[in-house]
Design a protein around this ligand. Structure first.
Ligand SMILES: Nc1ncnc2c1ncn2[C@@H]1O[C@H](COP(=O)(O)OP(=O)(O)OP(=O)(O)O)[C@@H](O)[C@H]1O
Ligand SMILES: [Mg+2]
Length: 358
């Protein structure tokens, strides 16, 4: 049976009523079998959202549904959820097998069924050979595999991850990321909600990404949608790199003006004279003459292996251009011309106000 997760206008504030909410009328639907990444800066409410699904935080209003069951009032062990957090949270005095079995007992799984379930979960995470070791005898990556096995053993319909890789070093992290991807392929019916502030993890693993800021959902879509068509400047800057240019929409929908230069871009139904933000991804900016040419002065050149990043000052604004196959990079202080194709720019609302609303 496949279960999705639904946040239905969930509000949480730790100080009780009247305190500033940490989740503010939060709405989000994770489809059955989907991997949803919850991406956002520190303090945006990601862990709180996850803990509300797990049942460790009680919303002051709104509902949480798993499948079509309203679980808002259910205790954690009756929600059919597996959870994996950053700090492994294994019992140091129990060996691997007993750590995994512990969760099954808490979930009231019959004694005779426990050994089979433990073996199955250890097998799925490649930890069968370590069943009798204690956590202190395992590497960080192995400990996290045990924590994942413990979450899987209860055969959850929903798996929650809270920055599960952030305690691991970079190389191990990318290996574990690939393992989590294959775990999802082995368990296509399990819905996963994966909290991270690492956009690479979110882009790699997730079917869709929910972007949070200031207790609210800012945007939600596939990685490609968020990258190509971000809903606002916050998402544009948070998912990938972005040039965010302050522009004014020209009358008659003919484009925008930026630092005194007219640029041809699609403005949709934006009103003439309105302030807006133009998002142009750095790898879509070219060097030399072309459509939407911008003249400026090179401020810095950063060599990044496959690309050079040029930082160019144009009318008091700094523009990033990531250039491939640049034989000779212009040196700082030189005048250059940058350009971008009209279809590579996205016009966004002027900014995000204090409230975090669009
Ligand atoms: N138990 C608590 N009591 C009071 N305030 C809390 C509690 N837990 C979290 N907060 C506050 O709620 C806000 C959101 O916290 P939360 O842990 O959900 O953020 P996060 O997005 O997971 O951040 P991070 O990326 O740093 O883990 C923060 O301002 C935090 O200080
Ligand atoms: Mg957190």
């Amino acid at each position: 049976m496949s279960h999705g997760i639904r946040f239905d206008r969930v509000s949480v504030s730790y100080g009780g009523r009247g305190a500033k909410p940490v989740l503010d009328a939060f709405d989000l639907t994770v489809r059955p079998g989907e991997v949803m990444a919850l991406l956002g800066p520190s303090g945006s409410g990601k862990t709180t959202a996850l803990r509300a699904v797990a049942g460790f935080v009680r919303p002051e209003s709104g509902r949480i549904l798993i499948g079509d069951r309203d679980v808002t009032a259910l205790p954690p062990h009756r929600r059919g959820i597996g959870m994996v957090v950053q700090q492994y949270a294994l019992f140091p005095h129990l060996n691997v097998r007993d750590n995994v079995a512990f969760g099954l007992r808490a979930h009231k799984v019959g004694k005779d069924r426990i050994p089979g379930r433990v073996a199955e979960a250890l097998d799925m995470t490649g930890m069968s050979a370590y069943a009798t070791r204690h956590p202190r005898e395992l590497s960080g990556g192995q400990q996290q595999r045990v924590a994942i096995a413990r979450a899987l053993a209860i055969r959850p319909g929903v798996l929650l991850f809270d920055e599960p890789l952030s305690a691991l070093d970079a190389q191990l992290r990318s290996g574990m990321l690939a393992e989590l991807g294959s775990l999802h392929r082995d368990l296509p019916e399990v819905s996963m909600l994966y909290v991270t502030h690492d956009q690479v993890e979110a882009l790699t693993l997730a079917d869709r990404i929910a972007v949070m800021d200031k207790a609210r959902l800012q945007d939600c879509g596939t990685p490609q949608e968020l990258y190509r068509r971000p809903a606002n400047a916050f998402t544009a800057a948070f998912v990938g790199n972005a040039n965010l240019l302050p522009v004014t929409v020209q009358e008659h929908g003919s484009g925008v003006s930026f630092a005194g230069t007219a640029l041809k871009v699609a403005v949709g139904d934006a009103a003439g004279g309105a302030a807006a933000t133009l998002c142009v991804r750095p790898h879509l900016v070219g060097l030399g003459e072309g459509p939407n040419a911008l003249r400026g002065t090179v401020a810095d050149v950063q060599w990044r292996g496959a690309t050079h990043r040029l930082l160019v000052d144009v009318g008091g604004h700094r523009i990033m251009a990531d250039l491939r196959e640049l034989r000779e990079a212009p040196s700082p202080g030189r005048s250059v011309t940058l350009h971008f194709a009209p279809e590579d720019a996205v016009l966004l609302p002027a900014g995000v106000d204090d409230d975090g609303r669009r």
